[in-house]
Design a protein around this ligand. Structure first.
Ligand SMILES: *[C@@H]1O[C@H](CO)[C@@H](O)[C@H](O)[C@H]1NC(C)=O
Length: 627
């Protein structure tokens, strides 16, 4: 009878999960599609086109859908995305030599390697690679001094907006603050240098020129004030300014209300945001930082817990003394490196050209580093659940020289060889692009082996990586054999082999059925994190004893009640009165077991809590070293 009940509960849970997934599936596919275009763009990779393709057709059946979806942006996308140029010729109006309704400039530098590629209509060094993005950027940057600085220093503008920046002749395109003079003289008289096929486009450009010249005189007047929040050492153009979120710059983002602070900046042309909660009472004291990743909420503050200081994570931040930084994306999913392909030659795809989200994360680190008075730049932690757990590992190991600890809930490291592991985006089985194109019918990748990142040995210090799941979490592990085919186990083993201080915490649904497990973090998550990372001083053994007494003196009749009793005892006002307890101490493993007991707990260094080891030798089991 009891068994039947467990089974019924269980089936219900699965049904709910399946249903939820169905609801969000369309939305997810759409997001992945959006991302694909960007991935392609980011990688700037030519998609190989078989040379016998001369017919002008859409080779990709979704071109029509994409066109509809992109609306006004479609033309721009066709103009800048090699994939669309090769696969959606018809929908992009790239057929025959007629202008076919292309009214904007054709792409100049990113044309596909095909004869129908629209030829450049200007001297190449004097054109904008991304005209629309450049125009937008220029329009938004109303401060001419800043604009000029960005034109001279910013990688994006330097590479893509020569024309709009007025770097056309005089060869001033380089760096430095030198390039004033040519601005006024250049634009208008630009002429096509070779016989263009699409002569219709040329005039369109000239209309832009006069607009620009009106700005030029303003430039000479120095406006030394108005230097907003620009961290020192920011080096990359259009995305280089981190600004406080305001109604003027927020775009789709939500600006947090004090004490939550939202910042915005651009990656390429996309507005990105992150939000900081630094609790009161730590003025003049640099506090550790916990970076929370949440992709599903699409930049909504609520999803990253940045609307209410009374919610769990914020209460913990104020109590233990750490700042929270919430990372998010408008895409609804993260972009991981190297098109989702991680193998023995590409183990850590961590460069900015690997993923726009690495550029995003680097920006957040830049922000942290520019406020050493507020943040302890040597104590940064990352945490997340499911895909966000994968992303937290990705951030953490890409920055393993400086991230102290990672919390991964409901996912670890996927191996392609685990047949029973079936991640929602077929990661480790298919490339991100293939999944975006064909979903679950994607083409199996031959060069992939792991996902999302292989945690190579870090000479500076071992990483504390806490990996937690329930053994009936069939996203994190295989349905048929969650003991051997488990992303949690994989990450634990590999990180340990690489010399990291990994901690594996595997839980089961409770025997009494009150805790169902599944794709969830263990209950009282934030305390598990505090304990596992050992961010503050460890609680004393006296505290441990009085705490156990407290929990067991309350209702522990069912697993669920026990978890609630734990919560009541660890709550600050109760906890501080327990003998030997200081409200800021990090709970010990013994204390945490009063909530739920992991049936499997392994600690690579044989200890739970903080780890001050540094500069340890590379173990013989290590396969690689982080750069
Ligand atoms: C790893 O992936 C890259 C593609 O990103 C590929 O060029 C390389 O051959 C692969 N290496 C292995 C060992 O599969």
């Amino acid at each position: 009878m009891g068994l039947l009940k467990v089974c019924l509960t269980f089936c219900l849970v699965i049904a709910v999960v399946v249903e939820n997934r169905r609801i969000t599936k369309l939305e997810r596919i759409e997001n992945v599609l959006k991302r694909t275009n960007r991935i392609l763009d980011d990688l700037n990779r030519e998609v190989v086109i078989s040379s016998d393709e001369e017919s002008c057709e859409d080779k990709q059946s979704k071109c029509g859908d994409w066109k509809e979806r992109d609306g006004d942006e479609w033309e721009e996308n066709c103009a800048t995305k090699p994939y669309l140029q090769s696969h959606c010729k018809k929908s992009c109006n790239f057929c025959d030599s007629g202008s076919g309704g292309v009214t904007e400039e054709p792409p100049v530098t990113v044309a596909p390697p095909k004869t129908e590629a629209p030829p450049p209509t200007e001297t190449p060094e004097c054109a904008d690679v991304k005209p629309q993005a450049c125009a937008e950027a220029k329009e938004k940057e109303t401060n001419p001094v800043k604009w000029e600085r960005r034109c001279n220093k910013g990688k994006f503008l330097l590479d893509n907006c020569k024309k709009t920046c007025g770097h056309c002749d005089g060869g001033s395109g380089g760096s430095g603050q030198t390039s004033e003079a040519p601005v006024k003289t250049t634009e208008a008289p630009v002429k096509p240098t070779e016989a263009p096929v699409k002569t219709t486009v040329a005039p369109v450009k000239t209309t832009e020129a006069p607009v620009k010249t009106t700005e030029a005189p303003v430039k000479t007047t120095e406006i030394p004030t108005e230097k907003t929040e620009e961290p020192a050492g920011s080096g990359s153009g259009i995305d280089s300014l981190i600004e406080e979120c305001t109604s003027d710059n927020k775009e789709h983002c939500e600006c947090g209300e004090a004490p939550f602070e939202t910042y915005v900046f651009k990656i390429d042309t996309q507005t990105r945001c992150f939000t900081v909660y630094r609790p009161e009472g730590f003025e003049g004291k640099p506090v550790p930082v916990v970076i929370t990743s949440q992709c599903y909420g699409k930049d909504r503050l609520m999803s990253i817990g940045m609307t209410n200081t009374g919610t769990g994570d914020n209460v913990a931040a104020a109590r233990y003394g750490f700042a929270r930084i919430g990372l998010s994306t408008p895409d609804g999913g993260w972009t991981f490196g190297n098109n989702g392909i991680v193998n023995d030659t590409v183990r850590m795809p961590c460069s900015e050209d690997d993923s726009k989200d690495i550029a995003y994360v680097n920006k957040v680190f830049e922000y942290i580093d520019s406020h050493p008075d507020k943040f302890d730049v040597n104590r940064i932690y990352t945490e997340g659940f499911s895909q966000n757990s994968m992303f937290s590992a990705y951030i953490g190991f890409c920055h393993s020289d400086r991230v102290t600890g990672i919390w991964q809930g409901g996912s670890g490291l996927a191996f392609k060889s685990d047949d029973g592991i079936n991640l929602p985006g077929k990661q480790a089985k298919c490339s991100a692009i293939s999944y975006a194109e064909d979903g679950r019918n994607c083409i199996e990748c031959t060069d992939c082996k792991y996902w999302p990142i292989y945690p190579c040995y870090q000479p500076k210090k071992p990483m504390i990586d806490c990996i937690a799941d329930y053994n009936n979490d069939y996203i994190a592990s295989s349905r048929s054999n969650s003991e051997t085919e488990s992303t949690t186990l994989n990450m634990y083993n590999v990180a340990k082999d690489e010399g990291h201080d990994a901690r594996m915490l595997r839980f089961k649904p409770s025997d009494d059925g009150t805790i169902a497990g599944g794709h969830k973090n263990p209950r009282n998550t934030v305390y598990w994190q505090m304990g596992c990372w050992g961010m503050t001083e460890k609680c004393s053994s006296e505290c441990e004893t009085s705490f156990k007494t407290c929990v067991n003196g309350k209702d522990v009749s069912k697993a669920e009640n026990r978890v609630n009793s734990f919560e009541a005892c660890i709550e600050k006002d109760t906890f501080k009165d327990l003998s030997g307890c200081d409200s800021t101490c990090s709970p010990t493993f013994e204390m945490l077991k009063q909530s739920e007991v992991p049936y499997k707990a392994e600690f690579a260094y044989g200890k739970f809590g903080g780890n001050d080891e540094s500069g340890l030798a590379k173990p013989s089991t290590s396969q690689c070293t982080a750069e």
